[in-house]
Design a protein around this ligand. Structure first.
Ligand SMILES: [Zn+2]
Ligand SMILES: [Zn+2]
Length: 117
């Protein structure tokens, strides 16, 4: 690959990244960072494994399916990065788990029981 091709490729990547950023911030409510922070304060551990590592706030019904639920607190669940992908999205961010809250609760109960034995 010659230098101009590399340069064009890098420019292309930069374009992709910035386009994603613009789409994201244009669609997202400006109140989301506040609602997210409040949710993390009241739910400070992963609701599946109970750790407080790499926490993310997941939308049970995805923002793309129902934007009106973006700030709905009953639509939010705290998950660590690993469990976000596994429980929230069945291993792929193209999918989502409508029963993530029940599954996370079940897993947590099982995990606690194993740890006590
Ligand atoms: Zn977890
Ligand atoms: Zn998610």
């Amino acid at each position: 690959m010659d230098a101009s091709k590399v340069k064009r490729f890098l420019l292309f990547l930069l374009l992709l990244v910035s386009a994603g950023g613009i789409l994201d911030s244009a669609d997202r409510s400006e109140r989301w960072p506040t609602v997210r922070a409040e949710h993390l304060r009241s739910h400070p551990v992963c609701e599946a494994c109970g750790r407080n590592l790499d926490l993310e706030v997941h939308h049970v019904t995805p923002f793309s399916n129902d934007p009106t639920k973006e700030l709905d607190r009953t639509n939010l669940i705290t998950l660590c990065h690993r469990d976000h992908l596994v429980f929230g999205h069945f291993g792929s961010y193209q999918k989502y788990n409508p029963q993530v809250q029940a599954h996370a609760r079940q897993y947590r109960a099982w995990k606690l029981r194993w740890e006590m034995d």
